[in-house]
Structure formats: C-alpha cells, structure tokens
Design a protein around this ligand. Structure first.
Ligand SMILES: Cc1cc2nc3c(=O)[nH]c(=O)nc-3n(C[C@H](O)[C@H](O)[C@H](O)COP(=O)(O)OP(=O)(O)OC[C@H]3O[C@@H](n4cnc5c(N)ncnc54)[C@H](O)[C@@H]3O)c2cc1C
Length: 381
C-alpha cells in the first residue's frame, strides 16, 4: 500500500512532527499507567511542553505563542493519538481555550494570559456543560450578575476536561437570565478566586488519565474586565464560531486512531499463529483489515481536505460536523473489529487496542454528539 502524503505537510511541519513524536514517546507513552492511577498528567508536563514550544503553537509570537497555524496543532494531535494518549488535554488548552482568548480577548487579556498558557504556567479549560444541560447549550443555568465593577458567578459545571489542573477557565454563563442564547457571555475565571471549588475527578469508562472534573462557583467575584471581549451576550456566538475547530481536532484524533488500530492489528495478526498459520492468513482477518484500511484511507483523504480548507479559512460548519461524526463512528468500528482480531489479548488493558476501544467511545459524545452533528448537517441540506 502506498503511504498517503498529506498535502498540508511541509518541511517545517515534518521537523515539528519529529519533535512532537519524541516528546509523546518519551513523556506520554511510558507514563500511561501513572497518569491513569493519578487521574491526571504530571503538572510539570505542561511546563516541559511549554519549554519545547509545543503549547499554543498557533498563537502569534507577540503573545508568546509559536507563530504557527492550525497545522502545527494538528501534527501534535496526530502524534499524541499515535501513542494512544488521552490523558493530556493539550488540544483543549492550545487550540480551544487559547483561541477564545486570542480571537475575542481584549489586548490586555491576550497579553495577560497567552504568554502564560504558552509556557505552561497556566493550564486552560472551557466550561460549558452543566449537570442539567449539555447539547442544549442555551439552557445553561450558571449566572454572572453584574455588581458594580464585578460579576458575581454562581453555578456548577461538569465533565470539564483539564478541570483538575486548570488555572484559567472560560466559563459560559448567563449575564441575562431572561434571554436564551443571546443572554450567554463567556467569562475568564481564575482558579484562585474565592468561591471557586473543584469537585471530584470523575471516574470515567475510558480516558482515565484525563483530569475531567466538576467545577463549582459560589459567589465567585471577577472584575468586569474578565468578560471575554467587550460586550455581554456574545458567548453563544463565540462558542458556535469556535466549536468547529474543536470538532476538527477530535476528527483528526479519530483518524489517527483508525490508522493506529490498523498498524497495531496488522503487526499482531502477522505475529500470532492459530491452526498452524498467522492469524493474518485467515480470509476473515484479511477482509476485516481490508475494510479498516479502506476506512483509514477515506478518512485520511477527507480529513486532509478539511485541514487544508480550515487553513484557508474555508471549512464550513456542516462539513466539519460530517468529519466529526463520521470519523469518530468509524474509529469506534475500527477499534472494535481490531480488538476482536486480538482475541482475549484485545481485552487486556496492556494491549493498546483495548485502551483505544474504551478511550474512543466518548469521541462520539463530546464537543457535540453524533446526533447533534447530524442535526447540523440536515439543516444545511
Ligand atoms: C470525557 C468528557 C469530557 C468532556 N469535556 C468537556 C469540556 O471540557 N467542556 C465542556 O463544556 N463539556 C465537556 N464535556 C461534555 C460534553 O460536551 C457533553 O457530554 C455533550 O455535549 C453531551 O451533552 P450531555 O452529556 O448533557 O448529553 P445530552 O445533551 O443530555 O444528550 C443525551 C442524548 O440525547 C441526544 N440528544 C440531545 N439533544 C438532541 C437533539 N436535539 N436531537 C437528537 N438527539 C439529541 C444526544 O445526542 C445524546 O445521545 C465532556 C464530556 C465527557 C464525557
């Protein structure tokens, strides 16, 4: 099979890929068990990545970032997925939270936060989901009530990636409780504010090394200068504008996961023997892997096209919704078929395919479920 070459890759990105690969192989892969046990990465992983310039690569240099673009983030995402790591919430930090600050933040907000996010001093999280609402974002109940020069924030959030370690949280809150979507604003809340509390790190089915947490806000006072942007009521629009990039990042991870499942399973089925021949010699094994290879190829070509369009500013919301639901569904199918071909060993967590199977499942749910993606697509038909 000829190796597919992504057209958006160039020499600079190849060099970055080498750096990202060695970082992921040295700092993530050997620490999988440790991260799972402690339900989080080591805090200094962020600082190490910052020193190497692996954080906020798509943020301009004047704000401490790498001065690159989305392709730089995509390379790191692919390398992280290649080693099967789901513990490190770097894409939420660099491609989501940093971009809210970069795109909507005032000059002061950008100068305050982005350099610290780029060097790993500050870890970012985004808190939209609440115990009572996820898909229906307009229904968020967290309130930010203006009191002089401050907002007083009350409410709770759940399932927040990087929730355990975050120092800066972009919080979706209602500044006008009588309005729906137009009453939502995004606020920057520092984790050392009085009244902010982290709940437990959630015990999940997979992605166990990720510090997904509940967050509580009880009369948390933040200055009005912590409103993201300059006007209230822009939050929903800001979320809708940024969610496509978040969904694209997830799709990129899903495609890398399909490729990785294929690679691991090819190796395994060529080495393991049954009935006097390698598993790969059975027609069923060959056909299943032929199917996964087909999915991997179609998914790669589609995602590369999405990345190229996104780099040109031409990726539309329905197309990214297609990429998100389809790649994550196919990744789950690939993980399941490939696990089956590992037999009992596929059920043992020391085999990467077992982890992939549990870790991939949530990709169909977060950042907009498969059903919501189909709603978005259907609206455009
Ligand atoms: C590991 C993990 C990490 C996460 N990280 C974050 C994070 O960092 N920040 C954050 O804010 N959130 C985060 N989330 C939350 C995630 O985005 C939500 O779980 C997701 O959007 C779904 O919301 P929900 O759980 O409330 O499900 P619900 O909205 O209650 O949906 C339940 C079911 O109903 C379906 N449904 C809902 N509405 C419709 C509709 N209109 N049409 C058809 N079907 C519908 C859904 O598709 C789903 O199948 C995370 C979740 C997980 C599990």
């Amino acid at each position: 099979m000829t190796a597919h070459r992504s057209k958006w890759m160039d020499d600079d990105l190849h060099a970055l890929r080498d750096l990202a690969r060695s970082f992921c192989e040295q700092e993530l892969e050997p620490n999988t068990e440790k991260f799972i046990e402690q339900h989080s990465v080591d805090r200094d992983l962020w600082n190490k990545a910052g020193e190497l310039g692996l954080l906020c690569m798509s943020v301009p240099e004047e704000y401490g970032g790498g001065g690159g673009n989305f392709a730089h983030e995509a390379v790191l995402m692919e390398e992280q997925a290649r080693v099967g790591d789901t513990a490190w919430g770097v894409s939420v930090h660099s491609t989501i939270v940093a971009h809210y600050v970069l795109t909507y933040g005032t000059e002061e907000q950008k100068r305050t936060w982005l350099p610290k996010m780029a060097n790993g001093e500050t870890v970012g999280a985004i808190a939209m989901t609440e115990p009572g609402t996820g898909s229906d974002l307009q229904a968020v109940k967290t309130k930010a009530v203006r009191d002089g020069d401050e907002y007083v924030v009350n409410g709770s959030k759940t399932f927040i990636t990087n929730g355990g370690q975050a120092d800066l949280i972009v919080v979706a809150a209602k500044t006008d409780t009588s309005a729906g979507a137009s009453g939502i604003s995004l606020l920057l809340v520092e984790a050392d504010r009085a009244g902010f509390r982290r709940g437990r790190l959630l015990d999940k089915l997979g992605q166990k090394g990720q510090d997904t947490a509940e967050l509580f806000f009880e009369d948390v006072r933040v200055p009005v200068s912590n409103l993201l942007g300059t006007a209230e009521g822009q939050g929903f629009l800001q979320l809708m504008q940024q969610l496509p990039q978040e969904r694209l990042i997830i799709a990129i991870g899903a495609v890398a996961a399909i490729e990785s499942a294929l690679k691991h399973t090819l190796r395994y089925t060529k080495e393991r023997h049954a009935f006097g021949k390698p598993l790969f010699a059975f027609q069923n094994t060959k056909f299943k892997l032929a199917e996964v290879a087909t999915d991997a190829t179609i998914a790669r070509i589609f995602i590369d096209d999405c990345i190229a369009k996104h780099l040109r500013g031409e990726l539309d919301i329905p197309t990214v919704a297609m990429a998100k639901w389809w790649t994550t569904e196919r990744a789950m199918v690939a993980a399941d078929e490939c696990l089956q071909l590992h037999g009992g060993y596929g059920y043992m967590t020391e085999y990467p395919i077992a982890r992939m199977w549990v870790d991939q499942r949530v990709q169909k749910i977060y950042a907009g479920t498969t059903e919501i993606m189909k709603e978005i697509i259907a609206r455009s038909l």
